[in-house]
Design a protein around this ligand. Structure first.
Ligand SMILES: [Zn+2]
Length: 431
């Protein structure tokens, strides 16, 4: 296991500055490229799985979090309230605006999504309604626990809330678990363990015992029917319900939660959420909170820990380095890199000003594809590809080489509908 806190800085993926503050990393171009690819991947995975993406503000009135229960149960993890703004139309010397109350940086996205759901009436036919957002959330972590990208004070969360009928909860939680396992496969990461996080003694929880028992039973059944090993642990639940947490090894000795699935009967109650059932009556939906890859910060930190900078090709900050043997091949190298960029690849030219060919190959050892262009290749319009494993492919026409690289850099997004086919009656269904 590598240590992303050191390596991430060496690879120019992220850094911090005391003037911005501890726990507030910024993303350098290489890190932003990885994050962007990850965001695109997760949005596409969710789109195929029937999620609808939304955006919501990172601030909310204090009353919103009083309603959700965060203010009472989670205040230690929240930043202090600030003025929500001033009333009035013009900023004049003698203005007499009044404060419009207090706002807080949100500690989670759930309350905003609950309000979006509540903004209009819903029929059971619309459910499950899956609202997803890659959105900012803020935690007032103590400086002593901050570290690299794993524990931060401002994070971008891959979040979603599924509003569904009680009968749909198990299937939705199972589908979320499938997404998590798909994503881990695509990212080349292994869970350390699955944790069934239950309520524990001596902590503050909300809602009745029956609610908790029902939610815990659903998650226990799901884990029992999946082929994953898990451990139940008391005292790790969210204040509003039990959850499945997927734990990964950290670069320090601590493990971290990357993904989560939570069943929540409580917030729908607090927000008075409803849907009209087939009987024409009003019913209470259930909220399934889930995150496939957690925060982008923690996910990328873990990817650096695991891959040590040799990211899967679809995530690599630079996917193709074009290396002209001498300056004479520079125009062909620039032409090839230009074509690659137009095809959507992240490509760069490393010319002789960067050192000898050997030195350039070594300094780009983490780049998945290197295209070497010498005099022979340049005159034939061909390219020799080197893989970062050291393997050299035979020279081939530039177009064919680019097609091969594009195929190797495509994000492996799986469609859940394919899974439904393959887990059904077998491949005969394809006929
Ligand atoms: Zn939530």
């Amino acid at each position: 296991m590598h240590d992303h806190r050191k390596l991430g800085r060496e690879l120019q993926i992220f850094d911090t500055d005391p003037l911005i503050g501890a726990g507030l990393p910024y993303w350098l171009p290489a890190g932003a490229a990885i994050r962007h690819a990850l965001e695109e991947y997760i949005r596409e995975l969710e789109r195929l799985a029937g999620y609808l993406h939304v955006y919501s503000p990172v601030l909310g009135k204090r009353e919103l979090y009083e309603l959700s229960g965060h203010w009472e149960h989670y205040r230690d993890g929240m930043y202090p309230a600030m003025s929500a703004g001033r009333d009035g139309e013009q900023d004049t010397e003698q203005d007499t605006e009044q404060d419009t109350g207090q706002a807080v940086l949100r500690p989670s996205l759930c309350p905003h999504h609950a309000l979006m759901y509540r903004s209009r009436a819903h029929s059971y036919r619309e459910l499950p309604l899956r609202l997803a957002e890659l959105g900012g959330q803020y935690r007032s972590e103590l400086s002593g626990v901050l570290g690299g990208l794993t524990r931060v004070r401002a994070m971008q969360l891959n979040d979603a809330h599924i509003f569904c009928t009680p009968d749909q909860v198990e299937a939705e939680a199972a589908a979320a678990l499938w997404l998590i396992r798909q994503a881990y496969r695509a990212l080349g990461i292994e869970p350390l363990r699955y944790r069934l996080s239950l309520a524990g003694p001596g902590q503050k929880y909300v809602g009745g015992q029956q609610m908790w028992d029902r939610a815990a039973a659903i998650l226990t059944d799901l884990l029992a029917s999946s082929d994953v090993r898990y451990e139940a642990e008391e005292g790790e639940a969210a204040f509003y319900g039990p959850k499945i947490d997927v734990q990964v090894a950290g670069s320090s000795e601590r493990e971290a939660t990357l993904s989560t699935i939570q069943v929540d009967f409580y917030q729908p109650e607090r927000f008075g959420l409803e849907y009209i059932g087939p009987d024409g009556g009003r019913h209470r939906p259930v909220m399934v909170h889930r995150s496939v890859i957690g925060s982008l910060e923690r996910a990328v930190g873990h990817l650096i820990d695991v891959h040590g900078g040799a990211f899967p090709a679809w995530l690599a900050p630079v996917q193709l380095a074009v290396l002209p043997v001498t300056d004479a091949e520079l125009p062909q190298a620039e032409h090839l890199a230009g074509q690659a960029i137009r095809l959507g690849l992240r490509a760069e030219v490393a010319g002789s000003q960067d050192g000898s060919l050997g030195a350039r190959i070594r300094s780009r050892r983490l780049v998945p594809y290197q295209a070497v262009i010498g005099a022979v290749e340049a005159s034939a319009g061909e390219v020799s590809i080197r893989l970062r494993t050291g393997e050299k492919l035979p020279a081939q026409p530039a177009g064919a080489a680019l097609a091969e690289i594009c195929a190797g850099c495509a994000a492996p997004v799986m469609d859940p509908r394919d899974q439904a086919v393959s887990s059904g009656a077998g491949s005969s269904l394809l006929w």
